[in-house]
Design a protein around this ligand. Structure first.
Ligand SMILES: Nc1ncnc2c1ncn2[C@@H]1O[C@H](COP(=O)(O)OP(=O)(O)OP(=O)(O)O)[C@@H](O)[C@H]1O
Ligand SMILES: [Mg+2]
Length: 484
């Protein structure tokens, strides 16, 4: 391999057809005179456009068609010409400099074109060089050289993460690995599970309980996630009424009065709430508005007057004190009920965090645009993060996540995308240059992911995600089932 050109932070390297280099691999350009090396990552492999190659190719193809005898090559140059025709041009991004065994992210120098030697830098050596060690390891899979690849749970702590890629590439699978890894280290996790696919993380694929069984609490709103009204804070209730059930401001004020009135009387029950709204002295429009919301609350089966039936988030957090996940199963419930449940969960989380009942929580949200209200997006990256809610968004529609979230994301786990528009959106993530994202993500095989950001100290690494022995849920239901 020979160094050919440098432009900005891109270098081009010439490689012979026998030197097999793939996208995503790291190359070390060693300059013997200055005893420094440039660390670069291959982001594209092209044919080398040597002058005259087009003419040569054309001439070849015409003679191949016309002459059927043995080729006449007295000087034995054909194999050399073929070699040149097959030479590759590796487009690489500069990621850093190595000097005296130390790694620096700057690269304000140019290695010698005539003297430098270029060799592959295995991912394991890169991880050692960059001191990417894992004190609290979460094993994600294998690197290109089949060595184990771990990330440190601490690099997710206090961070905002995005898992994205097109359909069926293995995003939920990776999120499950992250969830299990976090709870192994004693973290508390809440999963907003849109497809009901995390509820069985406590079972192996053969249906037996696994070591995580006691740490996974699957909660279905309206079924085993229910509360009494006194367990609710008025503020959370108003959030539900205003944001999930779209109650206008004047009616919300009236509702607050009714709630306070019932609280003072000590009769805060669902039944009494209905009765009081019926007899409350107020404008009929307001009463109608309150009534319709009251029935929505009733129909969600989310609230109960029987304390024995109640099972709120707070009690469940106690069960996972030493690490575990609360999986909020949002599958099979209506859009409104889903929003009610999410308002409750997030409201309750903030309440418990502000009162220091819990230290911090990792929130996994699948396809969040389907249930998260507008104002929560900014809240999650700013206010809620300071309270200790560390979110991971999982989506196959990258344009549903706002641009500012990509900019602020600390880690991005990127799976394959082929659609230009999707690639364009993801490439706005500030963690790496747009060219790397577009070029590498386009050719990632399924179950391979490009890890960007803090977890890899900004050295993008391609990982083959490992398999997981848990009961698979969330399979797409099919009409034509496979015949064995
Ligand atoms: N690394 C892996 N090893 C083994 N099986 C995997 C791996 N990754 C994904 N799978 C399997 O591939 C299928 C699709 O994976 P998954 O559900 O995670 O994809 P997804 O990207 O979340 O899809 P969707 O966009 O539909 O949500 C699942 O059956 C999953 O078990
Ligand atoms: Mg999924």
């Amino acid at each position: 391999m020979r160094l050919y050109r440098k432009e900005g932070n891109t270098v081009q390297i010439l490689a012979l057809p026998t030197e097999n280099v793939e996208k995503g691999e790291y190359l070390l350009i060693e300059d013997p005179a200055t005893r420094r090396s440039l660390i670069t990552q291959v982001i594209d492999v092209q044919f080398a456009n040597v002058p005259g190659i087009l003419e040569e190719l054309l001439r070849n193809s015409t003679t191949n068609d016309l002459v059927h005898e043995e080729s006449f090559d007295p000087l034995g140059v054909i194999s050399h010409v073929a070699y040149i025709q097959d030479s590759r041009l590796l487009v690489c991004k500069i990621r850093g400099t190595m000097e005296d065994g130390k790694l620096r992210v700057t690269a304000s120098w140019l290695p010698s074109r005539s003297q430098s030697t270029i060799k592959k830098l295995p991912t394991t050596s890169l991880l050692t060089l960059a001191k990417i060690s894992a004190d609290l390891p979460i094993q994600l899979g294998e690197t290109r050289e089949l060595s184990q690849f771990n990330i440190d749970a601490q690099t997710l702590d206090g961070r905002l993460n995005i898992v994205t890629g097109k359909k069926e590439t293995g995003k939920s699978h990776l999120s499950k690995l992250l969830v299990m890894g976090l709870i192994d280290h004693g973290a508390m996790v809440v999963v907003l599970d849109l497809n009901g696919e995390y509820t069985h993380l406590g079972f192996s694929s053969n249906g037996e309980k696994n070591e995580h069984f006691s740490k996974i609490q699957a909660l279905t709103p309206g079924d085993n996630l229910k509360m009494t009204l006194p367990q609710m804070k008025l503020r959370v209730m108003l959030d539900i009424l205003i944001h999930a059930l779209h109650l206008p401001g004047t009616s919300a004020r009236e509702f607050r009065r009714i709630w306070r009135f019932l609280q003072e009387q000590g009769t805060l029950t669902l039944h009494e709430l209905g009765e009081t709204i019926k007899n409350w002295k107020c404008n009929t429009h307001v009463r109608d508005a309150l009534f319709s919301r009251y029935y929505s609350l009733l129909n969600s089966r989310f609230f109960t007057d029987n304390p024995a039936d109640a099972n709120g988030l707070e009690e469940n957090f106690r069960k996972i004190r030493n690490g575990g996940a609360l999986v909020i199963n949002l599958h099979d419930i209506s859009l409104v009920d889903r929003q009610v449940a999410v308002e409750y969960v997030l409201g309750k989380l903030v309440e418990m965090l502000t009162q220091w009942k819990i230290k911090a929580v990792f929130l996994f949200a699948e396809e969040a645009h389907l249930y998260l209200r507008e104002t929560y997006w900014d809240d999650i990256v700013t206010r809620m993060r300071h309270f200790g809610v560390f979110t991971t968004f999982v989506t196959n529609q990258p344009n549903t996540i706002r641009e500012n979230i990509y900019r602020q994301a600390d880690n991005v786990f990127l799976f394959n995308f082929t659609n230009e528009h999707d690639l364009e959106v993801v490439s706005r993530a500030a963690k790496v240059d747009a060219e790397t994202v577009k070029s590498v993500a386009r050719d990632l095989p399924p179950r391979h992911c490009l890890v960007l950001g803090r977890a890899v100290k900004d050295f993008p690494v391609v990982v083959r995600v490992k398999a997981l022995d848990v009961q698979a849920m969330g399979h797409t239901r099919l009409f034509f089932t496979e015949k064995n």
